[in-house]
Design a protein around this ligand. Structure first.
Ligand code: GLC
Length: 420
């Protein structure tokens, strides 16, 4: 009895402390896969722990549109949103509006992947804590490849041929909805990721190199885009030109694609209890371009930041640290197959059991190709915009790769002027 009374006393004391200082903050959550529901659950846990409350503000799914909304809010100095989930490519764009989290993190960032911590450091300030990391992956139908005696393709040329063969075979067998390959080819940030993978895998570099030189107008980039243009209407539906992540997943998960390019989050859903393809999915590194190419995946991922204009900075920083904590990252990995940003979680048995690819494809995650957001700083969004539009005109058959890359180089020079 005595113990119980003491425990209750403690609970009331904590709740009482929280209530007296209770703050309300607003926060943006993830938008794809199970990220939103996980965030809602984790925000509730934080409310219970601290006595504070948090309002969840809904945001668009497209990273491009989400950035436009954030810029609108932050550039007016508004405090409408306290806690922002931000893309790995945004610290250089939004950094000047974000709070330095170092006084709150108390050094915990040393337990996180250091390249991401460096990425999130803007003018010496830790403007965001890493939440999860992403790399583009190839998802494939194990059962279909087995049926046709094929392996997961090592090159894009092989993928193109296998996708066509299996697609044609399955159509003959009566599945007229099946496609060979689905991915993200709408004109938005997602296409920048897919296309940088094609280009880099052919040895065509990363649009702009780390020194800031514009490198995209090269023969390997041209080869990559020409091959990608051949997919549309052949192994990929015309509609792919308007697909984002969840569109591709919808087609693949309903059993209507042989291959899909997507991020790790798609794994937990494809393997979910109600998934028609549960148990039939394989995950591999994306193919290389040609014989001399390399396997690569775009580096993505999300961070949690706090607005400099927040009226409740302490509560907002506490929520940001909670949403990026080891406990939350483990939950995200187990329930939503989101890759942790804390190296020690890659040695966690539960995490590896739920997501075997996190161990098997460690190389893909460590060698992912970064978009040139560091080199181009605040101009990155313009660069990406020019790139995905140029790619979109090629893959939708409106311009040749040659003409489009020549124009892109000119556009990028105009954006750069003397320096980024
Ligand atoms: C994923 C990545 C992110 C990228 C986006 C593009 O969410 O984590 O970095 O910008 O996809 O759609």
């Amino acid at each position: 009895m005595k113990i119980r009374a003491t425990l209750l006393g403690t609970v009331f004391a904590v709740a009482g402390f929280g209530a007296a200082n209770a703050a309300e903050v607003s926060v943006t959550c993830d938008t794809v896969g199970q990220g939103h529901d996980l965030c809602v659950k984790q925000v509730k846990m934080w409310e219970e722990k601290t006595g504070n409350t948090a309002k969840i503000v809904s945001v668009p799914q497209s990273s491009t549109e989400r950035l436009a909304l954030y810029q609108q809010i932050l550039s007016s100095g508004s405090n409408d949103i306290d806690v922002f989930q931000i893309d790995v490519i945004w610290p250089g764009i939004l950094g000047s509006h974000l709070l330095d989290l170092k006084p709150y993190s108390k050094g915990i960032e040393k337990d996180y992947f250091q390249p991401i911590v460096a990425n999130n450091t803007y003018k010496g300030k830790l403007v965001a804590m890493p939440q999860y990391t992403d790399a583009g992956l190839l998802f494939y139908r194990k059962d279909l490849l087995e049926k046709y005696g094929k392996e997961a393709p090592k090159s894009w040329e092989e993928l193109t041929a296998t996708a066509k063969e299996v697609q044609d075979g399955e159509r003959k067998a009566g599945n007229d909805k099946i496609w060979g390959f689905v991915y993200q080819a709408k004109a938005y940030e997602g296409l920048t990721c897919d296309a940088i993978e094609w280009v880099d895998s052919f040895g065509g570099g990363g649009i702009v190199n780390p020194e800031g030189d514009i490198t995209i107008n090269n023969p390997n980039a041209k080869k990559a885009l020409e091959l990608a243009a051949s997919w549309v209407g052949n192994i990929a539906p015309e509609g792919v030109l308007n697909y984002m992540e969840e569109d591709a997943r919808g087609v693949f998960q309903s059993g209507n694609a042989v291959f899909m390019r997507n991020w790790p989050y798609a794994w937990s859903l494809a393997q979910g209890a109600d998934s028609p393809i549960k148990g039939k999915v394989g995950v591999a590194a994306l193919p290389k371009g040609g014989d001399n190419g390399k396997q690569t995946g775009a580096l993505g991922g999300w961070q949690i930041a706090v607005s400099k204009y927040s009226k409740n900075k302490d509560a907002a920083a506490s929520l940001a640290l909670w949403l990026t904590s080891k406990e939350v990252q483990k939950m995200n990995a187990l329930e939503g197959s989101y890759n942790p940003t804390i190296p020690s979680l890659y040695a966690d048995k539960d995490v590896l059991k739920a997501n075997p690819f996190m161990g098997e494809l460690l190389d893909t995650f460590s060698n992912a190709v970064a978009r040139p957001s560091r080199a181009t700083g605040a101009n990155y969004n313009k660069v990406s915009n020019a790139f995905y539009n140029a790619v979109h005109t090629v893959i939708s058959g409106k311009a040749t790769a040659n003409a489009s890359l020549t124009k892109l180089e000119k556009d990028l020079k105009r954006i750069k002027r003397k320096s980024w």
